[in-house]
Ligand binder design. Sequence first.
Ligand code: 6PG
Length: 245
Amino acid sequence: MTNADIRIFKDNNELSLAASLLWVESAREAINARGRFLVVLSGGNTPSGLYQLLAEEPYRSQIDWKKTSVFWGDERCVSPTDEASNYRQAMDILLRHVPILKENVHRIKGELIPVDAVNDYAQLMEGFSDPGLTWPRFDLVLLGMGADGHTASLFPNSDETESSPVLAVSAHYQGRPAQRVTLSPHIFNSARTIIFLVTGEDKADVLNSVLNGSFMPKRYPAQRIQPKDGKIIWLLDEAAGSKIT
Ligand code: 6PG
């Protein structure tokens, strides 16, 4: 990925500020062009700073929340009130504090058995689909990356030949819930803009391999994210970006 758009910030605060500006810009462009803004949220700790900023002025009122619809890139199979729920995280930090319409918040139903949650979300994707696809072309997708190179819930050694847009996954990572549901690269890669938010020294080596190493998507699933007709922006803190060659 030699020509990757990589932006390095002092810390998560600076990174979150940059991400807020990109969110505002992406929402404006989408609403001007298509009358709505479809955004996919990520779980993990890194986007919390961004979610918090978006819930506050000046960003809160720079976004047309009534024309915004949110989705999730992945979810842990827990109830929506569980501390580990990605939905709960975004609700608590961001969505409860902004005038988004309830019917525009589209969570993955982590409380269902994985196969049912997958079918439910795949059906939802189909309901929003763009011509020629069984899912929408999202305006903005937020993604994180784990120290093992996973992104969303696409973990090392997972099947790369899958054709389904939504998948059930079982994987252990940092004591987080192992059963998960994730969108697949098919959906991510048709997005208009993808923003990776990556912080922390523990990710530095793997991040350099993802960006500059050979293509080994089984080992580094983040390499599977390559938008077909959209852009990808890497927002890193200095620690995560410290090994980039
Ligand atoms: C999840 C995520 C996952 C996350 C990475 C990075 O549900 O856990 O969507 O892919 O983005 O694990 O997490 P941190 O931001 O906490 O490092």
